[in-house]
Ligand binder design. Structure first.
Ligand code: C2O
Ligand code: CU
Length: 505
């Protein structure tokens, strides 16, 4: 949903870059033509990078992460400064077992303050790594993470207020796999890097010299209003890579780690694939689809069958939430473009061939237990119903929740441990991916309708176009000193104040 105001039109005039998005009704062809498309000529055949797997149980559940700067060539021969977790860019995939306790040591080797937030991991507030838990340069942070949740694909990233977007854009993104034994029981693809692949989707604006174009002091009002959206899609840090896969079932752990972009995924031959898990873990049963929208911070695990032995591209389409400006093709058309390619290879025998019929026993969401209902209105300032609230003419009006911009000294909501509540989320101005820390929820309704099958499981992030009702389960404690966050996961919105805090006791 895009809403336009005179303000938005003025903002469009400020666009300084090749890439532009804005309000469809005011699209001038000059702006559209100037936008590069995704999928610009890519170095054909770059192999899909597979992050290092850190199997916590094999190292006595002690995990070290060094937050560091490095150099990485997104464009061959043109390295640029980046950030990573124990790597020049991105970070490891950490596998943890349910029931284990992980001693994490995070060392901040950056020259700036950071935090590490375990997105989707259910831990008390003081271990959550939100904006209160700053790790100064040269310092360590040593949380103990007790793994007590079902199998799921989670991730970790920085959360220092006003610098989250830039730090993630520079490369700070890692994945966590929670293993509870169900992979073997259900005979799901589970051989890491072979038929179980992490797929971290991001987009970047790269300058012609290959450098990352992101500067907190240089963000224009449009970057903030719509979030930073780049012209180049990267998968695990590589442009249009190729993955060699077995000619059988392959499991993709999809993570949208982009700052703002929604990816509308499908295979070029429109093959059917199965969604088996969302943010919080397995769905009750696999859901057959041939198209899947994934918004920032969401995860889906899918099973794709490559038994036909044919190479196929994974594509993304126009960001429907961005109207005219969500186009992706280089020529400005609304076509789908390739994100990466899969090449089944006879050298890799299929390990798993059958999609299971059922996955887990999970009762339907039951709202009768909810102890109360709360409203949250997410406003990115574009459709200000009041006169422009900002003193700066070039800045959007107030960006916040329920008319309040984020204040680290203010607790917005108090919840009771062990209860459920209905949270009613309304998006103003555009679709916002809403995320809650320290809790999982079921979607009761979305856009006034029951959720589609693949959105009926446990989640921690949901793209809200207009309105959603969530049944949130609060099972982790958080104090005033270390509250949990809820916010829009368009990172520029979050940094600009589209965030609130809750405690739970
Ligand atoms: Cu990915 Cu506040 O989180
Ligand atoms: Cu938002």
């Amino acid at each position: 949903m895009i809403c336009c105001t005179e303000l938005a039109r003025n903002l469009m005039l400020l666009t300084r870059r090749k890439f532009a998005i804005g309000c469809g009704a005011f699209a001038s062809s000059a702006v559209v033509d100037a936008r590069f498309g995704f999928g610009d000529p890519a170095p054909a055949g770059t192999h899909l990078p597979i992050p290092v797997l850190v199997d916590a149980a094999k190292q006595e559940n002690a995990v070290k992460l060094k937050v560091m700067s490095g150099r990485h060539a997104f464009i061959e021969g043109k390295p640029t400064g980046t950030y990573g977790y124990s790597a020049p860019v991105l970070g490891p995939v950490i596998r943890v077992r349910r029931g284990d306790e992980i001693q994490v040591t995070v060392e901040n080797a950056l020259d700036t303050v950071t935090t590490v937030h375990w997105h989707g991991f259910l831990a008390p507030g003081h271990n959550d790594g939100g904006p209160q838990q700053l790790i100064q340069p040269g310092q360590n942070w040593r949380p103990v993470l007790k793994v007590n949740q079902p199998a799921a694909t989670l991730w970790f990233h920085p959360h220092p207020h006003h610098d989250t977007a830039r730090q993630i854009y520079m490369g700070l993104t890692g994945m966590i796999i929670v293993d509870d034994g169900s992979d073997a029981r259900l005979n799901l693809p589970r051989t890491y890097g072979v038929d179980d692949l992490p797929i971290m989707l991001q987009d970047r604006s790269l300058d012609p010299d290959g450098s990352i174009d992101y500067d907190n002091n240089d963000l224009n009002a449009l970057d903030i209003a719509y979030g930073a959206r780049g012209d180049t899609i990267i998968v695990n840090g590589a442009i249009a890579p190729v993955a060699k896969v077995p000619g059988g079932l392959v499991r993709l752990r999809l993570l949208n780690a982009a700052n703002a972009q929604n990816f509308d995924l499908r295979f070029k031959d429109r093959r059917t694939f199965h969604v088996i898990a969302s943010d919080g873990g397995f769905l009750a049963a696999p859901v057959a689809v041939n198209e899947l929208m994934i918004s920032p911070a969401e995860r889906f695990e899918i099973l794709v069958d490559f038994a036909d032995g044919k190479a196929v591209s994974l594509e993304t389409g126009p960001d429907k939430e961005m109207g005219e400006f969500g186009r992706v093709a280089a020529d400005g058309s609304a076509d789908y473009v390739a994100v990466m390619q899969f090449q089944p290879t006879p050298a890799m025998p299929p390990l798993v061939k059958r999609v299971p019929n059922r996955l887990i026993e999970d009762a339907a969401a039951n709202a009768t237990s909810a102890v109360r209902r709360r409203q949250f209105v997410l406003d990115s300032g574009l459709c200000a119903s009041r006169p422009q609230a900002s003193a700066h003419a070039n800045m959007p009006a107030l960006i916040g929740i329920n008319g309040k911009s984020f204040d680290i000294g203010r607790i917005d909501v108090e919840t009771k441990l062990g209860t459920t509540e209905i949270w009613e989320i309304t998006s103003i101005g555009m679709a916002h991916p809403f995320h809650v820390h320290g809790a999982l929820f079921r979607i009761l309704s979305i856009e006034e309708a029951p959720p589609p099958a693949h959105l009926t499981g446990w989640k921690d992030t949901v793209l809200v176009e207009d309105k959603a009702e969530l049944l949130v389960a609060f099972n982790q404690p958080a104090t005033r000193e270390h509250p949990f966050m809820y916010h829009c996961h368009i990172l520029e919105h979050e940094d600009a104040g589209l965030m609130g805090q809750y405690i739970c006791s």
